[in-house]
Design a protein around this ligand. Structure first.
Ligand code: C2O
Ligand code: CU
Ligand code: CU
Length: 487
């Protein structure tokens, strides 16, 4: 793998300015997109792949020539990309060198509840936590981020997030761009607001959270990526607090959607736009011409439902942003055509559902309740199928994320979903006024004490209590009393 651990953002961290030095030279023009380094890991004699991560504070040159105090993992902003294969057992030692307690959650991963890194797995200041689990799901673009009770938005906003890529034998046989950092590019899209002194502005959240006026891709504003091949794969992640992105290219070129939250789709879907709400991922393959220059843009959000025009403006739905400029090589290396068939998908047998549940999303609440660390909302049976209907009963945008499972969206307001929602999902946008039916099969893990979360992934909403908890219990198992200290 060609990307060194030291390379990422290290060059962007600003050295103290020497006394007498009037001002730093201000960098101008776009800068090359930083690629998060691959996290180093060691496979022991026991076969376990061990990673080590440190959550820490630092300074980052997000804006050219400006110093921004930030938080990061093994660096000043964002974190390295973890990578593991299906079937492997991984262990991640996470050290917290932040000034506040935090957690680290493996978003999209099937994990035992006590390894999930949700609000019950607090890592104290100066403390360590070493979750371990066996990867039991298909190749996918997952991510990790903090999940402290009531504090997720700020911890993510300050810079804590990273990719966790899963590989498997099936994905390996497909002719898809897979040279990390060369034609297979992780791209986390975030919006941030800066104070005059360069610090991140955490004031005045809207009702969907902190919205920025500056787009930050992989940790910098104003990035370009120079492609060397005739097709590139972008692993897109909406890592923002509350902003939705409706993405497309300035010249309306077609791209192939090849994957969603939980892995590759059954077949590629040709699109010119793709929408991502906070937490969602999409993998796309984009054709690049010789000497190309094309801008990936965020365009106004079209899926508004019952959102009124003033609120739409306030929530950033009318905004347009440049995200990333793609530049082509003079003589690009030719890439394989995207295969017509990717990864077969068996429908979840919804008719066999053991439980059907309904969730109403409205005003920081799910089913008229706000999150309580000591309340278990329901229990699920391992390996069982369930069908959940999630209704956005609000005139605000929300989305819905479930820990531990990947689900299929089977209906939207009683109709079949569009083809871009054909794959496995762990997070789905819920348009104001609409209902989404989700079919899922739970995993084998059980735990009488530690729950999994389900919540709106607009981080302010999550922090304000738009979240609930469920336990996975074996038949006959009873919940253990949970008295949570989460400090
Ligand atoms: Cu990405 Cu419960 O979170
Ligand atoms: Cu999650
Ligand atoms: Cu919400």
């Amino acid at each position: 793998m060609s990307v060194s651990r030291r390379g990422f953002l290290a060059g962007l961290a600003i050295a103290p300015v020497a006394v007498g030095c009037a001002r730093r030279a201000v960098a101008t023009g776009p800068r090359a997109l930083p690629i998060p380094p691959l996290a180093e890991s060691v496979v022991g004699a026991d076969g376990v792949r061990r990673f080590q991560l440190t959550m820490q504070v630092g300074n980052t040159e997000i804006l050219a020539g400006k110093r921004t105090p930030t938080w990061g993992i093994d660096g000043p902003y964002l974190g390295p990309t973890l990578r593991a294969r299906r079937g492997e057992t991984v262990a991640v030692r996470v050290r917290n060198e932040l000034p506040e307690p935090s957690t680290l959650h493996w978003h999209g991963m099937r994990v035992p509840a006590r390894m999930d890194g949700g609000p019950h797995q607090t890592i104290a200041v100066g403390g360590e936590w070493t979750p371990t689990w066996t990867v039991a799901q298909q190749a996918a673009t997952l991510w990790y981020h903090p999940h402290p009770h009531g504090g997720t938005e700020k911890h993510v906003y300050r810079g804590l997030a990273g990719f966790f890529l899963l590989d498997d034998d099936v994905a390996d046989t497909l002719a898809l761009p897979n040279d990390y950092g060369v034609d297979d590019i992780p791209l986390v899209i975030q919006d941030r607001r800066f104070r005059a002194d360069g610090g991140l502005d955490e004031s005045d959240p809207t009702d969907v959270g902190l919205l920025g006026d500056t787009i930050v891709t992989n940790g910098i504003a104003g990035a370009y990526f120079r492609a060397r091949t005739s097709r590139i794969r972008l692993r897109l992640l909406n890592g923002s607090s509350g902003r939705l992105y409706h993405l497309g290219f300035a010249d309306n070129r077609e791209f192939q959607l090849i994957g969603g939250d939980g892995g590759l789709l059954p077949r590629p879907v040709a699109l010119i736009r793709i929408q991502l709400s906070p937490g969602e991922r999409a993998e796309i393959v984009v054709p690049i011409q010789p000497d190309d220059r094309v801008m990936l843009r965020a365009l106004p959000i079209e899926q508004r439902g019952e959102l009124d025009a003033d609120r739409a403006r306030e929530f950033g739905f009318d905004d347009t942003f440049d995200i990333l400029e793609l530049r082509g090589a003079k003589e690009p290396r030719s890439s394989a055509v995207v295969p017509d068939a990717l990864v077969p998908m068996t429908p979840v047998p919804a008719a066999a559902a053991l439980a059907r549940r309904h969730f109403d999303l409205q005003w920081f609440q799910i089913n008229r309740q706000r999150m309580d660390m000591n309340r278990i909302d329901f229990t699920v049976t391992p390996d069982s199928v369930e069908v959940w209907t999630v209704r956005n009963a609000d005139d605000w945008p929300h989305n819905f994320h479930i820990h531990d499972v990947q689900f299929q969206v089977t209906e939207i307001d009683g109709a079949a979903p569009p083809s871009e929602l054909a794959g496995w999902k762990d997070t789905v946008y819920t348009r104001p006024g609409s209902s989404y039916t989700l079919a899922m099969r739970f995993g084998a893990h059980t735990d009488p004490t530690y729950p999994y979360m389900f919540h709106c992934h607009l981080l302010l909403h999550e922090d304000h209590g738009m979240m609930g908890q469920f336990l996975a219990l074996a038949p006959g198992q009873t919940p253990a009393p949970m008295s949570m200290s989460h400090g």
